[in-house]
Design a protein around this ligand. Structure first.
Ligand code: SAM
Length: 191
């Protein structure tokens, strides 16, 4: 659990901690090195399940290693495909979908999440969410294309119907150099 307000991915856990429970289904839309996938796998327990997506082989390799070490691999599906195709893999109601946008640290910084596919994946995730489930989106603007993606994501989430979704923004207001920001979307009930 986060002790200090420093890392956006840790701050995120303060919000989703009680939303994801034993036996739940969760999605990591941007697997990367698997830190978030591991967190989700621990939270859903042995009766739950996590679907984790990335388009880079090395993300799957690194995440597989991490999960194997912790004995968590059996409750996770590591999917080498874009999150824009989530619909092809997940049919059940999910309690949490995590997006950690941008590039994979220590890998090719040219492979980044892109506005069109990100928004398609968010749209699919909204449908897959259980009532009171949450989509969390960590957004970075320091890299080329990051600001454009942030603007498009904001444009989309700002227009979600408030009767159906609560949309919250968290950001550092005293940091220079493009601090990350977090968007949380809660589905209010089934429509
Ligand atoms: N959450 C990860 C972790 O815990 O290590 C870090 C994620 S990293 C910031 C973003 C990841 O999104 C990269 O690994 C990149 O390959 C991946 N990505 C880019 N486009 C994607 C897409 N269309 N679908 C799924 N993943 C994508």
């Amino acid at each position: 659990k986060a002790k200090y307000l420093t890392k956006i991915t840790e701050i995120n856990k303060l919000f989703i901690e009680d939303v994801i429970n034993e036996g739940d289904i969760a999605i990591d839309a941007t697997m990367g090195n698997g830190y978030d996938t591991k967190y989700l796998a621990e939270k859903v327990g042995e009766n739950g399940f996590v679907y984790s997506f990335d388009i880079q082989e090395e993300a799957l390799k690194s995440t597989k290693k991490r999960l194997e070490k912790e004995g968590l691999l059996d409750r996770v599906s590591l999917i080498l495909d874009g999150h824009e195709n989530i619909d092809n893999y997940v049919k059940d109601g999910v309690s949490v979908v995590l997006f950690n946008l941008g590039y994979l640290p220590r890998a090719d910084h040219n492979v980044i999440t892109k506005p069109d596919t990100t928004i398609k994946a968010i749209k699919s995730s909204l449908k897959l969410l259980k009532p009171h489930g949450i989509i969390s989106i960590a957004i970075y603007t320091g890299h080329e294309g990051g600001m454009e993606e942030k603007n498009e994501v904001y444009e989309f989430v700002q227009n979600l119907d408030q009767n159906e979704f609560n949309v919250l923004e968290s950001k550092f207001v005293n940091q220079i150099n493009n601090p990350p920001q977090l968007i949380l979307i809660e589905k209010k009930k089934e429509y």
